[in-house]
Ligand binder design. Structure first.
Ligand code: NI
Length: 193
C-alpha cells in the first residue's frame, strides 16, 4: 500500500541525522495505525499523515504555507485517487501535529489528528525518545546540558498532553523511564573539582 509514496518519503529522509529519519517515520506510522484501530480513527488518513508529517516541518525551516503546498503537491503526485476534501483533511491533520514549543495555534481537532499527534509524541518518550533527543542536539551542535534541559522543557510534559486514553497508557512507562534515566544521569554527574 502507498508504495510510491513510501519510496518518496524514504528518499527524502535518507540523510537525516536529527532523529527525524525513516525509522522515526516508520515507528510513528505503526503506532498511529495501532492507535487508530483502538480509537476508531480512519487508518488511511492517519497512515498518510504519518508518512508526511515531518517532511516540511518548521524545525527544518519551512513555513506553514511551504508545508501545505508540499503535502498537496505530493498527494497530487502519488495519491491522486483521494478527493480534494480528503487531501485538505490530511493537510490539517499534519499541520496540527507539530509541538512548536507548545505555542501551536492549530489544535488537533479530528480524532485522526489526535491519534497522529499522540503517536509522534510517544516517539519522543522512552529509550527512543532519549536517543533522539541527543541525536537532535548533536546535529544542532548543542551541549549535553542543553539536551538534558529539553527533558524538562518538553519531554516530561508530553504524557499529560496525550489526547487519547490508549496513548496515555503507553506513555506511562515511557515517561517513567525518562525519570529513571535522569536520576541515573544526575547521580553520575556529581563531581568536585
Ligand atoms: Ni515526527
Amino acid at each position: 500500500m502507498h508504495k510510491q509514496l513510501i519510496q518518496f518519503v524514504k528518499a527524502q529522509c535518507e540523510e537525516d541525522a536529527t532523529g527525524h529519519d525513516w525509522d522515526h517515520v516508520e515507528r510513528v506510522y505503526n503506532m498511529a495505525i495501532h492507535l487508530a484501530r483502538l480509537e476508531h480513527a480512519d487508518p488511511n488518513q492517519v497512515g498518510i499523515g504519518a508518512l508526511l508529517h515531518d517532511l516540511w516541518d518548521h524545525k527544518l525551516g519551512y513555513s506553514l504555507e511551504d508545508q501545505r503546498l508540499g503535502i498537496l503537491d505530493t498527494l497530487n503526485r502519488y495519491m491522486n485517487s483521494l478527493s480534494a476534501k480528503e487531501k485538505e483533511d490530511i493537510v490539517e491533520i499534519i499541520e496540527s501535529v507539530s509541538f512548536k514549543g507548545g505555542n501551536n495555534p492549530i489544535t488537533a481537532r479530528s480524532i485522526e489528528a489526535q491519534v497522529l499527534q499522540d503517536a509522534d509524541r510517544l516517539d519522543a518518550l522512552g529509550a527512543i525518545g532519549i536517543a533522539r533527543t541527543f541525536a537532535y542536539g548533536g546535529a544542532k551542535g548543542r551541549t549535553l546540558a542543553t539536551s538534558i534541559a529539553h527533558f524538562h522543557e518538553k519531554l516530561l510534559k508530553l504524557e499529560a498532553l496525550m489526547h487519547t486514553a490508549s496513548a496515555r497508557e503507553i506513555a506511562k512507562e515511557r515517561h517513567a523511564f525518562l525519570h529513571i534515566f535522569l536520576t541515573q544521569y544526575e547521580a553520575e554527574s556529581k563531581h568536585s573539582l
